[in-house]
Design a protein. Structure first.
Length: 510
């Protein structure tokens, strides 16, 4: 489907305008265009609505691309600005890009216009998402007064400051004070702050300072202001100790944690998440990381604040339990998600060991006893099977050969039954099959195939060959039966099969 595009086109030539629109449509866009030729028309268009992109001719009779770019910048709008022209000098094109234009194309080479538009729109979207996070961060900081000071660049002395600065570092001493900032605040690396003040602007990130005998961490920001012939530095000490502790705490969490915006862009990932997925970056689309063919699209997205049900997902061939919580940034209409991924390979292995026989991989007796009543209620058939002449194999070839015989036998049965049937090892060479919701005739047909396959599957171990056979009793399951009664009927049929010469199955009489 064509992608909608709200385009402000600054062009006086209808022919050139048609060429621009043609190239955009060829690139899969469906442009909704407002064409203007003067600054006044452009300003009116900007007042009337938002635009996805601006495409501007360089020269117009009463307007130009640099003027249009200035008008856009004056309004503080972050809209992709692409210049098209018949021909301008390389120096002019470079100056345009330095001034804030996002791309420049010749009118006779517009084939990549649609690519440039899409790229710059995506970039603008990422910038807007990042700005939203930064604005939120700044709003949180403004909610708590930050220590700030005004410094006379000529003398280096602190001449004024915020109440929090005076309270924290000067113990209510009256300003101005004939001391440098590095004499008032105990920075562990004062030379960094002096270098920052000498530059006149910038930030000294993660600066350690001491107050009340404790070390703290701050981002020290500096802005230079010219006022009445003097030069002053405005310094803000932004304490980020708690943020560092929080990041350290998140990084110490063994589970992977992702913070995902409503548009499925990544806002934060802890160290465990980076170790799990590899390189992650702010603003990346998480759908490629998390979508799975076996799960619903965007399975991690919740529409309500109700409890998030855990979801199993396989990542790098390891099982993870995913749980999430919704939260909303201040000023945001849509909710973001905190997604936690916990490796459950160990838990699943413990669960498997608790319900499965370690040697054959079949269910164990405990699990069989737990599920048999529910299968009786839904109907089916129960088969009890013994491997014939198992003791001679152990005695003559050793226990390893006996284990191999049991594994061979179990694999044969597992490959012959249906996914919803239950196959269990009850102990030694005794096995059971619950044919779920199957009639006696259907179960008999499956057993016949099992016995035919068994007759063609000898045990080969350490150069020796032994034919395998089994005896089996089959009993129907009816709603209301007691589990012990059902097992007793199948067991009687099993012993009938042994009395009749083994290597066969017998159906219990009703």
């Amino acid at each position: 489907m064509p992608k909608p595009l709200r385009l402000l086109l600054i062009e006086d030539s209808e022919r050139d305008a048609a060429h621009v629109l043609l190239e955009l449509r060829r690139g899969g866009w469906s442009p909704n265009v407002r064409r203007v030729e003067t600054k006044e028309q452009m300003i009116a268009a900007l007042d009337e609505g938002a635009w996805d992109a601006v495409v501007s001719d360089f020269h117009l009779p009463r307007f130009s691309a640099p003027e249009a770019l200035d008008a856009l910048k004056t309004r503080g709008l972050d809209v992709p600005f692409i210049v098209v022209s018949g021909a301008i000098g390389e120096d002019t094109a470079v100056e345009l890009m330095r001034s804030g234009a996002h791309d420049y194309l010749l009118k006779d080479r517009l084939a990549r216009l649609h690519v440039a538009v899409e790229r710059e729109i995506d970039q603008a979207s990422l910038r807007r998402a990042k700005r939203r996070v930064e604005e939120l961060f700044q709003a949180v900081l403004r909610a708590s007064p930050m220590p700030s000071a005004i410094i006379d660049c000529a003398s280096g002395h602190v001449i004024d400051g915020s109440t929090s600065f005076v309270r924290l570092f000067l113990e209510d001493t009256t300003l101005p004070i004939p001391q440098r900032l590095t004499e008032i605040v105990s920075f562990s690396q004062p030379e960094r702050i002096e270098q920052l003040l000498a530059r006149g602007s910038g930030v000294a990130l993660h600066t350690v300072y001491h107050r009340g005998g404790a070390g703290r961490v701050a981002n020290v920001r500096c802005y230079t202001v010219e006022h009445e012939g003097g030069s002053y530095a405005y310094v803000v000490i932004e304490d980020v100790t708690e943020q560092h502790y929080l990041k350290a705490a998140f990084d110490a969490v063994s589970d992977a944690v992702l913070v995902i915006a409503a548009d499925q862009r990544l806002l934060y990932a802890n160290r465990a998440a980076e170790e799990l997925f590899g390189q992650l970056y702010f603003g990346m689309d998480v759908q490629a990381l998390l979508n799975r063919d076996t799960l619903a699209t965007r399975w991690w997205v919740r529409r309500t604040t109700s409890a998030f049900e855990e979801q199993r997902i396989v990542i790098n061939e390891q099982p993870y339990s995913a749980s999430g919580a919704l939260f909303r940034f201040a000023g945001e209409d849509d909710s973001s998600t905190i997604l936690t991924l916990r490796n459950v390979a160990g838990e699943e292995e413990l669960q498997r060991l608790a319900t499965h026989d370690a040697l054959t991989g079949a269910f164990n007796l405990r699990h069989f006893s737990e599920v048999l009543p529910s299968h009786i209620e839904s109907g089916g058939a129960l088969a009890l099977i013994d491997l014939d002449h198992f003791k001679p194999i152990n005695d003559e070839l050793g226990h390893a050969a006996g284990d191999a015989a049991l594994i061979t036998f179990a694999n044969l049965i597992r490959n012959s039954i249906r996914p919803n049937d239950v196959f269990a090892r009850l102990g030694g060479d005794e096995f059971a099959i619950v044919f779920s919701s199957a009639s006696t005739d259907e179960a008999s047909s499956m057993l016949t195939r099992i016995f035919e396959t068994l007759s063609r599957t000898p045990l080969r171990f350490d150069g020796a060959t032994r034919l395998l056979s089994a005896s089996c009793g089959l009993a129907p399951l009816s709603k209301g039966d007691a589990a012990d009664d059902a097992k007793e009927r199948a067991d009687r049929a099993l012993y009938d099969a042994k009395r009749q010469g083994r290597g066969r199955f017998v159906v219990a009489s009703t």
